[in-house]
Design a protein around this ligand. Structure first.
Ligand code: NAP
Length: 240
C-alpha cells in the first residue's frame, strides 16, 4: 500500500496544543510518526503524547526542547514551525508592544524552532521543515499589518533557507492557510466573518485538518521529495 513514508519519523510541531497544530500532531501520529510538540501550557488531557512546555520566544527553552525530543524520540527528521499569535488593530492604533509580541512569536519563534535542529539534519543529509505563513502574508489584511509582515517574512525565510539547505538534502517549505476555524478566528465578530465568507469561493472557513494534510504532504520524503522553497496555499480558492 502507498504511504507518505512518515512512519517512525521524529517530528517536532510547535503550538501543538490547539487548532491547526493539534490537527497536525494527531494526523502525524495516525501516520505512525513519533511526534513531539511544544506549547506554553500543556494540559492533563494531553498526557500520553510528548508535550513539552516551551515558549518559542525563548531560544534557550527551544534549545532545551530540541534536546529533549532527541533524547526521548531520536534524531529529528521533521520540524513544523506552527506556533503563532496575533494582536490585530488598525495600523495607527498598534503599539510598539503589539509589534514586538507578534514578531517575537511569529518570526523570532520560527528561527528559535529551526536553529537548534538544522545542523543535525544537515549532518544526516535529510529533513523537512514546514513553516506556517498565512493568506494575510500574501494578500494583506485590514488590521493585521504587524501579523501580515511576519507571515510575509516567513515566505522569504523558507525560500532562502531552501536554497542553502538543498545541498544537504534538507527541504524548507511554507503552508499559507486561508481563514481556518480555530481559537484565532473564533473571536472575529459575526459581521466580519460573514464578509470574509462571502469572499471565499468555498463559502466557508477551512478546518484545521485541511491544513494538517498539506503539512503532511510537505513533510513527506515520498510525496514531496523534490518540492522545496514552495508556498502551499490552503484557502478554498480565496486567492489574491
Ligand atoms: P491557535 O488556535 O490560536 O493556536 C496557537 C498555537 O500556538 C497554540 O498551540 C499556542 O499554544 C501556540 N503558541 C502561541 N504563542 C506561543 C508561544 N509564545 N510559545 C509557544 N507556543 C505558542 O492558532 P491556529 O489558528 O491554530 O494557528 C496556528 C498557526 O496558523 C499560526 O502560526 C497562525 O498564525 C497560522 N494561521 C492561522 C490561520 C487561521 O485562520 N486560524 C490562518 C492562517 C495562518 P499555547 O497558547 O497553548 O501555549
Amino acid at each position: 500500500m502507498a504511504s507518505l513514508g512518515l512512519e517512525d519519523k521524529v517530528i517536532l510541531v510547535t503550538g501543538g496544543s490547539r487548532g491547526i497544530g493539534a490537527a497536525i500532531v494527531n494526523l502525524l501520529e495516525d501516520m505512525g510518526a513519533k511526534v513531539a510538540y511544544t506549547c506554553r501550557n500543556p494540559s492533563e488531557s494531553q498526557n500520553g503524547k510528548l508535550a513539552i512546555e516551551a515558549d518559542v520566544t525563548d531560544l534557550a527553552a527551544m534549545e532545551a526542547a530540541a534536546q529533549k525530543v532527541e533524547d526521548k524520540l531520536g534524531p529529528v527528521y521533521g520540524v513544523v514551525a506552527n506556533a503563532g499569535t496575533n494582536k490585530d488593530n488598525f495600523y495607527t492604533k498598534l503599539t510598539p508592544e503589539d509589534w514586538d509580541a507578534v514578531s517575537n512569536v511569529n518570526l523570532k519563534g520560527v528561527n528559535h524552532t529551526i536553529k537548534p535542529l538544522i545542523s543535525g539534519m544537515y549532518e544526516r543529509g535529510e529533513g523537512s521543515i514546514v513553516c506556517t505563513s498565512s493568506i494575510s502574508g500574501e494578500r494583506g489584511n485590514v488590521a493585521q499589518t504587524n501579523y501580515a509582515a511576519t507571515k510575509a517574512a516567513i515566505i522569504g525565510l523558507v525560500k532562502s533557507l531552501s536554497r542553502e539547505a538543498a545541498r544537504y538534502g534538507v527541504r524548507a517549505n511554507a503552508v499559507a492557510p486561508g481563514f481556518i476555524d480555530t481559537d484565532m478566528t473564533i473571536a472575529l465578530p459575526d459581521k466580519v466573518k460573514d464578509k470574509i465568507i462571502a469572499e471565499i469561493p468555498f463559502r466557508r472557513f477551512g478546518k484545521p485538518e485541511d491544513v494538517a494534510w498539506a503539512v503532511a504532504f510537505l513533510l513527506s520524503p515520498v510525496a514531496s521529495n523534490y518540492v522545496t522553497g514552495e508556498v502551499l496555499r490552503v484557502n478554498g480558492a480565496h486567492h489574491t
